[in-house]
Design a protein around this ligand. Structure first.
Ligand code: B1M
Length: 210
């Protein structure tokens, strides 16, 4: 089995220590961090996601797999992020109200920070008010919202409405993303940018701030 297959299997089995050990060893050998993420960790989580959909595994198994994946990302974080440079802009990031999924959001944070952006991470279950008020108070150029549930996507529209209400849409751009979110949905709610993955989200954020 390749190291990527091992990583995928250990994520599925929730074996935190094995995941951390493999990643640390591979980084030591100079293996590409993005490849360990894309071809190992994310593959394992995709398998679990598919099994969850088909009722072959349940929430506890998903949760332990998610912990193993997050542990792997934590070890990778240093390698994914470039050296901290002077701040190129400020982003207020979070997962929307009612939604507790944070692995993708955490990846977005790592990638944005690797581009020199200053990220204020509000965590999960973030209300529209909190997104907009924090962005105003902190002088952020971007609000970045993540949602993984179809039932929580409408909170993104609340963020757009709240920003309109406060009259800040000319200076604060709203980015949306997460598995169920699409370009079409972004257009429908009047947000500014959609991106399918963490890497393109960080590219767009950097363009906005430059
Ligand atoms: Co949940 N869950 N979950 N879950 N979970 C999904 C999302 C689901 C699709 C599974 C399924 O049925 N196949 C389904 C949603 C169905 C729907 O809405 N239509 C679902 C469900 C139903 C639920 C519960 C309701 C289950 C229950 O309790 N019965 C519950 C809800 C809890 C809540 O939030 N209120 C729940 C709970 C959980 C766990 C706690 C067990 C765990 C989360 C742990 C955690 O996040 N700390 C969990 C997990 C792990 C998943 C799956 C299996 C994996 C999600 C993940 O982390 N993927 C997921 C199935 C799936 O997505 N295939 C599922 C890896 C991550 C890197 O990808 O987050 O998509 P992702 O991020 C990507 C892109 O989307 C993008 O960048 C990343 C890649 O580079 N991206 C952005 C993300 N945010 C972005 C923001 C941007 C731009 C890009 O700009 C701002």
């Amino acid at each position: 089995m390749s190291v990527y297959e091992d990583l995928s299997t250990f994520v599925q089995q929730g074996r935190v220590n094995n995941v951390k050990e493999i990643i640390a060893a591979e980084l030591g050998k100079g293996t590409n961090a993005q490849a360990l993420l894309q071809d190992g960790l994310l593959v394992g989580m995709a398998v679990i996601g598919e099994k969850f959909k088909n009722n072959q595994v349940y929430v506890p198994e998903v949760l332990i797999a998610a912990r193993a994946m997050q542990a792997g990302i934590d070890v990778l974080a240093g390698a994914l992020a470039a050296e901290k440079v002077e701040s190129k802009g400020k982003v207020v990031l979070g997962t929307v109200k009612g939604d507790l999924h944070d692995i993708g959001k955490n990846l977005v944070k790592i990638m944005m920070e690797s581009k020199g952006l200053d990220v204020i991470d509000l965590g999960v279950d973030v209300s529209a008010d909190r997104f907009v008020n924090t962005a105003i108070e902190e002088g952020a150029q971007i609000i970045a919202c993540s949602a993984l549930l179809t039932t929580t996507m409408p909170v993104m529209k609340e963020v757009v409405d709240k920003a309109n209400e406060k009259g800040v849409r000319d200076r604060i751009k709203i980015m949306v993303g997460g598995a169920p979110v699409t370009e079409e949905f972004k257009n429908k709610i009047g947000a500014d940018y959609y991106s399918a993955d963490a890497s393109s989200a960080s590219d767009i954020a950097l363009q906005i701030c430059q």
